[in-house]
Write a protein that binds this ligand. Sequence first.
Ligand code: NAD
Length: 234
Amino acid sequence: MSISKGIALITGSAQGIGRSIAVQLARDGFDIALNDLPDQNAKLELVATDIESLGRQVCVVPADVTVEKQVKEMVDDAVIKLGGLDVMVANAGIVEVSSLGSSTLESWDRTFSVNARGPYLCYKYAAMQMIEQGRGGRIIGASSILGKMGFPYNSAYTASKFAVRGLTQAAAVELGQYGITVNAYAPGAIQTPMTKTMMDEFGKANYERIIKDPCCRKWVMSVSRTRWQTLLRY
Ligand code: NAD
């Protein structure tokens, strides 16, 4: 095992983008704390086995990122098991697709709870730990291309991803004095279980219509032709 480059905690890492980030950071020499909802434990253990086979230390810290007590315990647990925290990736997120008119307050609250409150709590407890350690750190959150531009039938999701950008910018200017950088990633469409959910809920025909809609041209142009073809194969 080579010398560790640091300890990284990735939320929502049982599958999709979070899983890929965790495996790549392990390949890059980081020890890894894997988080997802407690009912995703079996999948987390499989990711943990993959990371162990790369010769890195790994631990599983299940928690619901919307619950403050659980986020605090998740960070404390990772620190106890791996010896500190250098990178927090607040990746966990959900999407629910509906028109503005048929959307519900419950869906709005659920989306904001996971996509905005979750990153807020993760940033908060990661920052507290990193400041205490006194060796800087990296905090990274999942925004989206929908955190930069509106998209139809995704009001709550789009608004929650704009919120991540605001949180990230405020935290970055505040935490720079401690040597902690704060950034967000804003991917276009990536083929994961989440995009499959979107396709299932929204329907391939609706996406095909949106691709042709001039109002959505900017968004559509940002996703390559090959990517669209891959997504529409679901
Ligand atoms: P995904 O649905 O495949 O994975 C998300 C993971 O988050 C799941 O394992 C889920 O169990 C976990 N999760 C959900 N709620 C949680 C909670 N309360 N506590 C802990 N874990 C929770 O999604 P993905 O496509 O891998 O997306 C990852 C992140 O990237 C999300 O924030 C998403 O909004 C963002 N994103 C995705 C895309 C895309 O096209 N896939 C594009 C832009 C941004």
